[in-house]
Every structure is written in C-alpha cells, then in structure tokens.
Design a protein around this ligand. Structure first.
Ligand code: NCD
Length: 304
C-alpha cells in the first residue's frame, strides 16, 4: 500500500488505486468522526504540527482526526511562537519535532518545503500546503466530497473557478482529476490562469483542457463548481490584486438553472454569497467536515 508509513507530499505520488483506498477507509472513519463510535487505533501516538502559515480547517481537522483515533498532537499554529523568531532554522526545528513525534504535518509559504523536510526526518511527513505548490490532503477530501455526494468521480464534469494561478488546492486537485475519467474546465480571469506547465502535464495525461473567463459558459454543463479564493498573500504587487478582487461571485441567482453542487476549500471571502449557504447546492461546510474522516484515514495509514 502506497500510504504505509510514507510521506504525503504531492498527489502526483499516488495513483488512482491509492486514492480510492483512502476514500474507502474514510467512509469507515465517518462514525468515529461523528462521535458515534470510539477508536483507540492511534492511542499513545503523537502528531507533530508545524504551521508556518495561517490555517483553521486543516490544522483543526488534523487535530480532531488524531484525537478521535485516541492519539495526541504537539506543535505550533504560527511560527511567531516558535524559536524561528530567535533565528532557529527550519532544519533544526523539524529535526527536533520529528524526534518527538510519530508523524509530522507541515504548512509553509515556500513551495517545496514539505519535500525538503521529508528528506531530513525519519517519520512520515504530511504536506498541509506548501506555498502555491500542493495541498494533497485537501485534494483527498475534495474527492471524497464528490464521491460522497454524487456517488462517483468518474464521468463528472468539474469546473475549477477563481485563482487557478496561485491556488494550491486547485493545482493538487487538477493533477488528481487527471487520474480519473472526468471533464475539467478552468474558469479564471486571464491574469490568474492555471500555470502552463500544469496544463501541459494534464494534456499529456489525456485531459481535454478547456479554459474560459466566462463562468456562464460552464454553468449548465457542470456537476461541480469548485470555487476558490483569490490568494491575495501570493500576489507580488497588491495593485494587481485590487484589479482582480471580486472577479466572480457565486449567488443563488447565478445558480438558477444549474444543477451543480458548489464546493470551496474555504476560507471564503466574497466568492460565494451567503444566500448559497443553505441551498441544496452549497456543500462547502459539509466538505469541510469530511476533512476529519479523510485525515483520520490518512493518519491511520501512515502512522506505524
Ligand atoms: C486553502 C489553503 O490553505 O490552501 N485552505 C484550506 O486548507 N482549506 C485555501 C485557501 O487558503 O484559499
């Protein structure tokens, strides 16, 4: 099994079978995540959590997942409370926390950090987001959400909407979807298109790439609208951000005549209006919950 005591750095390191295994295990974890059943599968185990970038759902759902399985967590939620502020380098910090823990979760603003850390420590390393790079556990929960709500991933028509340039969730998800038999369209302002090298990789794996700036073109031809936040913090120039801010807003009015479910990794700023929240189409809160059973499945698979 590809996940056995292995690092989870990029979704590209796993094949369709590996992903399906995790989705199946996540379904078994759901009653434990909902507190209907108890588990001590990871009792006595410690998860080290190193968050150098802000996080709510990812960090707390890893914590919930670990604790629901009887394990515990140590770590920091911002580098400001670690010895990084005294000038300690990343290598020393992760070496130490790696010694204290049975697995490490790391989020960092620099692409490639998780891979770098995996080469330093002996315990499994899980990438919780590295800059505009990858966010493989988010992708796993995104796929789980589709499968759980729509019953399948193959044959779906999925539109990725918003900041496709800097958004790591859509980079990971695009690579994962390429392993399935799906239709993917990319909807973004021209300044925030999916990076050419990713599109090139997708074409090579047989994905028909369709790009547009106009969301109306895809609305009645899509099963999943996967909406993302404009990644303000990754813009080299704030003036560029101001030009594009608010490029798309999904409202319940816009969704009239479309059957698509609306997903979003969250946090949402103004991309989805609140009137979508309680409609049968707005599924992002449910999606956020699925982060717990999916991360339980992953932790159970990688921790010895
Ligand atoms: C995302 C992230 O950090 O990449 N959040 C998350 O993990 N759910 C998306 C974002 O910040 O826009």
């Amino acid at each position: 099994m590809a996940f056995n005591q292995k690092d989870i750095i990029s979704i590209r390191d796993f094949d369709k079978k590996d992903i399906e295994y995790i989705l199946k295990l996540a379904k078994e974890m759901e009653p434990i995540a909902r507190s209907e059943k108890k588990s001590d599968a990871l009792s006595g185990k410690l998860l080290g959590m190193l968050f150098y970038e802000p996080s709510t759902r990812t960090r707390l759902s890893f914590e919930a997942a670990m604790k629901r399985l009887g394990g515990s967590t140590i770590g920091f939620a911002e580098a400001g409370t670690s010895s990084a502020t005294k000038g300690e380098n990343l290598t020393d910090t992760v070496r130490i926390v790696g010694e204290y823990s049975d697995a490490l979760v790391i989020r960092h603003n620099m692409e490639g950090t998780a891979r770098f850390v995996a080469n330093i420590v002996d315990v499994p390393v899980i990438n919780a987001g590295d800059g505009a790079g990858q966010h493989p556990t988010q992708t796993m929960l995104d796929l789980y959400t589709m499968k759980r709500i729509l019953g399948r991933i193959d044959d779906l028509r999925i539109a990725l909407v918003g900041d496709l340039k800097y958004g790591r969730t859509v980079h990971s998800l695009a690579y994962a979807l390429a392993k399935f038999d799906v239709d993917v369209s990319f909807v973004s302002p021209k300044e925030l298109k999916m990076p050419r090298e990713i599109l090139h990789d997708l074409s090579k794996s047989g994905v028909d790439v369709y790009e547009t700036e106009n969301i109306h073109e895809v609305l009645d031809k899509t099963d999943v609208l996967y909406v993302t936040r404009i990644q303000k913090e990754r813009f080299p120039d704030p003036a560029e951000y101001l030009k594009i801010k608010g490029a798309y807003t999904i409202t319940s009015k816009l969704l009239e005549g479309s059957d698509a479910i609306v997903m979003h990794p969250l946090p949402r700023i103004d991309e989805i209006s609140h009137d979508v929240d309680n409609t049968p189409q707005g599924r992002y809160f449910e999606q956020a919950f699925y982060g717990v059973p999916v991360r339980m499945a992953l932790l159970k698979s990688v921790i010895k």
